[in-house]
Design a protein around this ligand. Structure first.
Ligand SMILES: *Cc1c(COP(=O)(O)O)cnc(C)c1O
Length: 367
């Protein structure tokens, strides 16, 4: 604690991201990155930005388009919405930070609502902006009960599928929450970081309903499905008035959150649906195979619509399993939190990664 810090910074409780080891020795299943490379068209688009003009990198002299027009048009085309219903930001974490700043009030008796087990960045943003929040316990099997969110609030936010549980909430439940909160003039934010992996069970994305619910905002990232965690690009889709609210916060903070390379690369990614459908199907197939194998080993596996599994071992505690896997060169994520201390979140890697993980689990779980 430094005496130079202001009172706000002294009170912050910052998010701690998953470990990014510097050497490449680990099988990295701890931060939900995609195991497959991004589309070759992304690389081509980034190269084109760099080689445009009289000298290599000439375009980097100039500020990027603050409105991210090309990227927003590509996103709008892909989701059948208008460009003015799209906001682009420096990763969805930045978009989420702006969401808390734009739509949720501080100095109010009505707290915003999110689950007790969810993306651990939400309470951090609430702390940054001084927004009161109330967490609502997931049910015994880690489901969201949407009825819990049909109450007066300062707003609602959760991911669908939820993180780190992986469970998907049916679209009709989301719309029930959006409908109730619409009558209260509150914003409902659905963080769809993992929606692309919900797969054959049906698309539960709320995007097609933003017209009907002007208070409904969906948040998306290029990091997971798009294989571009290193590029830092995310976006939100919602009514024009919500998007304008986000722009007001952005333009009070940083007018150029997305650089030229990120804008061009992300636009190329969103257009290459064929490539991304292919790698997404591979991740889903590997997830299902891994889940079945873990169940055979006696693990408890929460049904997942994401690119990770939330599991607990029959014999070992969460910290024991985490440490034993790390010793064998496999990194996974453990959250030292009530209710989930014996669970581990395992990102889906390549088939070879998961074979190594399953082999280690077979050895560790019963020794
Ligand atoms: C990974 C993740 C994000 C952040 O994604 P970035 O675009 O990389 O910032 C946001 N929400 C959830 C639920 C996530 O798991």
């Amino acid at each position: 604690m430094s005496s130079y810090w202001n009172d706000r910074v002294k009170k912050l409780d910052p998010y701690v991201p998953g470990e990014q080891p510097r050497d490449g020795q680990f099988i990295k299943l701890n931060t939900n990155e995609n195991p497959y490379p991004p589309s070759p068209k992304v690389i081509e688009a980034i190269r084109k930005v760099l080689s445009d003009g009289p000298a290599m990198g000439d375009r980097l002299r100039l500020y990027p388009d603050p409105g991210c027009r090309e990227l927003r048009e590509a996103i709008a085309g892909r989701y059948a919405v208008k460009p003015d219903q799209v906001f682009a930001g420096n990763g969805s974490d930045e978009v989420l930070a702006f969401v808390f700043g734009a739509f949720f009030n501080s100095n109010t008796a009505l707290p915003i609502l999110f689950p007790d087990i969810t993306y651990s960045f939400y309470p951090v943003y609430a702390g940054l902006w001084n927004i009161p929040f109330r967490t609502i316990p997931l049910t015994e099997d880690f489901s969201i009960n949407s009825d819990d969110y049909l109450v007066p609030s300062g707003g609602v936010i959760f991911p669908n599928p939820n993180a780190p549980t992986g469970r998907t909430l049916p679209l009709r439940d989301i719309l029930a929450v959006a409908g109730y909160q619409k009558k209260q003039n509150r914003v409902v934010v659905i963080d769809e970081a993992y929606a692309a992996f919900s797969g054959p069970a049906g698309d539960e994305s709320a995007v097609p309903h933003i017209q009907e619910y002007p208070n409904l905002l969906t948040v998306h990232t290029f990091s997971k499905m798009g294989s571009l965690a290193g590029l830092r690009a995310g976006f939100a889709i919602g009514s024009e008035e919500l998007i304008e609210g986000l722009c007001r916060v952005r333009d009070s903070f940083n007018s150029y959150p997305l650089d030229r390379l990120a804008q061009a690369g992300a636009a190329a990614a969103i257009r290459d649906t064929a490539y991304y459908d292919g790698i997404t199907q591979k991740v889903i197939a590997t997830r299902e195979r891994t889940a079945a194998a873990l169940i055979t080993l006696g693990f408890r596996v929460i049904p997942s619509g994401a690119n990770f599994l939330f599991v607990s071992s029959p014999k070992k505690t969460g910290p024991e399993l985490f440490a034993a896997l790390r010793e064998r060169g496999i990194l996974i994520r453990h959250f030292n939190k009530p209710r989930i201390v014996d669970f581990l979140r395992v990102s889906i890697g390549t088939d070879e990664d998961m074979d190594a993980f399953l082999k280690a689990c077979g050895e560790i779980a019963f020794d």
